[in-house]
Ligand binder design. Sequence first.
Ligand SMILES: NC(=O)c1ccc[n+]([C@@H]2O[C@H](COP(=O)([O-])OP(=O)(O)OC[C@H]3O[C@@H](n4cnc5c(N)ncnc54)[C@H](OP(=O)(O)O)[C@@H]3O)[C@@H](O)[C@H]2O)c1
Length: 287
Amino acid sequence: MDSKTWVELNNGVKMPLLGLGVFRSQAGEETRSAVRTALEYGYRMIDTARIYCNERSVGRGLKDSVVPRDQVFVTTKLWKDDFDDARRGLEQSLERLGLDYVDLFLLHWPFKGFAQAYLVLEQLQKEGLCRAIGVSNFKQHHIEELFAAGATVMPQVNQVECHPQNSEDELLNFCCQRNIVVEAYSPLGGEGQTIMSDPRITSLAQYLKVTPAQVILRWNIQRGVVVIPKSIHAERIIENSQVFNFELSQDDMDTISSINGNLRRAYDSDRIDQRPASTFPKIVEEP
Ligand SMILES: NC(=O)c1ccc[n+]([C@@H]2O[C@H](COP(=O)([O-])OP(=O)(O)OC[C@H]3O[C@@H](n4cnc5c(N)ncnc54)[C@H](OP(=O)(O)O)[C@@H]3O)[C@@H](O)[C@H]2O)c1
């Protein structure tokens, strides 16, 4: 059984295959204790972003833990307000997190100016402010546009919506050829999802004596895709981490893959600049 819990990025940095997502975790005790609990139960990666408005709480959760800084992989993302000055964006995120560097810094969406912002990420990485750099919600053509604009570093990671209803096989192939690790956001389908009650998932879970969430997370991990399920509940945080002690057969993998219907819930990244400003979350500073 392949019990490897990490993947090597194209610059040699090791990234855990499982992490805790904190989108929609409330700033304050909710996020702080989710981070603390996750680290206590073996998670070694936390995924936050400027726009989640909980970086300070993530930082406090990290400080509460006895796990040394160099054993935790911390990701944050640049929001559109900082695309004109990615350095300022990262420095302010680091201040909120209480860290000297992040392990992964992502462009959150291909907002206007993304290629120029990426060139700054390359520089920030050289300076050691982020160990790995990457993109999120990027299609193949967005990645190609980086190089047309003068990029010299292949993104290490592309974080996209990816779960059995939206398996992103083509993008996965492209990223695999370019040595870009794909990281699945909303790996359980996101808030209000329906995947976990799909009979193909529930019957597999019953047969394997695991839970539907574990089946779904394991499917992506076996495809080499990093997963960052979000939960604020200790029992679910623990449940979601127990995905390295069983294996799906090729038949099981095929059954889950057959669920795909290209059902993306997130906004179309080609139209992100047209998304009405009022529909984006508002930035609220944490105490
Ligand atoms: N780059 C991007 O644009 C982007 C977009 C979206 C998300 N993300 C990242 O990806 C992470 C995960 O995505 P997500 O939060 O959208 O969705 P998700 O992790 O697929 O699903 C989270 C939802 O599932 C529930 N849940 C968690 N574990 C469960 C379990 N074992 N059984 C039943 N329900 C469970 C959670 O509820 P409770 O919390 O109440 O347990 C929450 O409502 C985010 O937190 C964020 O870090 C990135």
